[in-house]
Ligand binder design. Structure first.
Ligand code: PLP
Length: 424
């Protein structure tokens, strides 16, 4: 029954009912958190065997004989580049292994363009205006990097098969100040969208006015499938090459949500020309990253097939959680016309849209009753969701019983806030 078709009297009756239910929820003194997109301890336990792959008697040489205990090997040991090239869908020669965080690499990549410029072009710090395309809703930390450097943004909406490419083609062709674009191409944060083959090809064929325009391809969830029958993502770097734009993309990934969130491997891939330029600057930053960790990862996972098998174990833990949340939404909200939500087939988030102007209040009501959600607006640059509608749900960390209680409360808050809005 759509709440939008109810009379005022009917809505007031519903309000009274939901208010009572809300008070009894409050009496339960819940203390739950659905805001953190991080793996649960049981997922991290899956990787504890990695700590046993060597001990004080082990020989810690890479396959080509490099002593991983020592300085050197700036781009990372060969077998780690091979392992990460499987996730990044690139050749090992196009890959550099960094430390444990891909966000750190993304920050560095923007920072380098800001201070030194790309391929000898004007550093962004010396330009009057620099802007990025931000696909919304999106990942708040991408947006924070821009804010940190004083880089502006243009929002472009996410559609069913990726961002609005008509808008992007026009923007980059007309505006020389647009220097980049954040993309999470597989199971996007927070919508769970996979960019279609057509979208990737259109992106690779962009004709940007700015010669130093780059696509920041953050494939954070490339192997994070919840179901065995998953959709493959077309590789952007190969498509860029075919389209005559070989240097237009930087790809990023990490094992943060594969091995240890606090101790994984992060890597980037790009054309050989880009990689050479990046390595020249990296030379000033480090003599080499943590090769012992690179060795631990390669000895534990062996290859991309090892990673895929491991991700199936993650899926067994995560799938029931995602399904529990979406089933609760279905049961409690379906037909009420108060919210819509995504049903992702991978990644870490569910994206929920309330009626316009309700998200902040829903989050506040949940908090008052003991359930913390990601702040409304966090999925938009500067925390401003023009429709005050999007809420990012992170089902991975809480246990399944906690998740059930939290989802039920969330649905109740949506119904209560929506009914109150309709009464006004
Ligand atoms: N990129 C996206 C899209 C994410 O959602 C996250 C974490 O939630 C990260 C990057 C962070 O990755 P890392 O741990 O490798 O820094």
């Amino acid at each position: 029954m759509s709440y939008k078709t109810l009379s005022k009297e009917e809505l007031i009756k519903l309000e009274e009912k939901f208010e009572k239910q809300y008070i009894s929820f409050k009496d339960k003194n819940l203390k739950l958190d659905m805001s953190r997109g991080k793996p649960g301890p049981d997922q991290l336990d899956l990787c504890m065997g990695m700590l046993d792959v060597f001990n004080s008697k082990s020989i810690l040489n890479s396959e080509d004989g490099f002593d991983c205990r020592n300085y050197g090997c700036l781009e990372g040991i060969r077998e780690a580049r091979e392992l990460m090239s499987g996730i990044l869908d690139s050749s090992p020669d196009e890959v550099i292994i960094y430390g444990n965080s891909s966000l750190n690499i993304m920050y560095d990549t923007v920072s380098r363009s800001y201070t030194h410029g790309i391929f000898g072009m004007t550093p962004w710090k010396d330009l009057k205006e620099v802007k990025f395309i931000c696909i919304v809703p999106g990942y708040d930390r991408h947006f924070s990097i821009l804010r940190h450097f004083g880089i502006g943004y243009v929002n472009v909406p996410m559609l069913k098969d990726g961002p609005d490419m008509d808008m992007i083609e026009k923007l980059v062709a007309e505006d020389e100040s647009i220097k980049g674009m954040w993309c999470v191409p597989k199971y996007s944060n927070p919508d769970g969208t996979i960019y279609s083959d057509k979208t990737v090809k259109r992106m690779a064929a962009l004709k940007p006015r700015a010669k130093d325009f780059r696509i920041y391809w953050d494939n954070a969830y490339g192997v994070h499938n919840l179901y065995d029958d998953y959709e493959e993502l077309t590789d952007i770097l190969r498509e860029c090459s075919k389209a005559g734009n070989p240097d237009m993309v930087y790809k990023f990934a990490s094992t943060s949500k594969i091995s240890f969130t606090g101790g994984g491997l992060a890597a980037m891939a790009a054309s050989k020309k880009n990689i050479e330029e990046i390595k020249k600057q990296l030379f000033f930053q480090t003599i080499g990253h943590d090769k012992m960790n690179q060795l631990r990862h390669t000895r534990f996972f062996k290859d991309i097939e090892g990673i895929r098998a491991h991700m199936k174990k993650h899926a067994l833990i995560l799938r029931p959680k995602f399904e529990m949340v979406t089933a609760t939404f279905e049961k409690e909200l379906s037909g009420t016309d108060t919210a819509s939500w995504t049903k992702p087939r991978g990644g870490y988030f569910i994206s929920l849209n309330t009626m316009e102007g309700c998200a902040k209040e829903v989050v506040a009501y949940c908090k008052d009753a003991g359930v913390v959600l990601t702040p409304a607006g966090a999925t938009f640059p500067d925390g401003i969701d023009p429709e005050d509608s999007n809420i990012r749900i992170a089902p991975s960390y809480p246990g399944i019983d906690e998740l059930k209680a939290a989802s039920e409360l969330l649905c109740l808050c949506i119904k209560l806030v929506s009914v109150r809005k309709l009464i006004k």
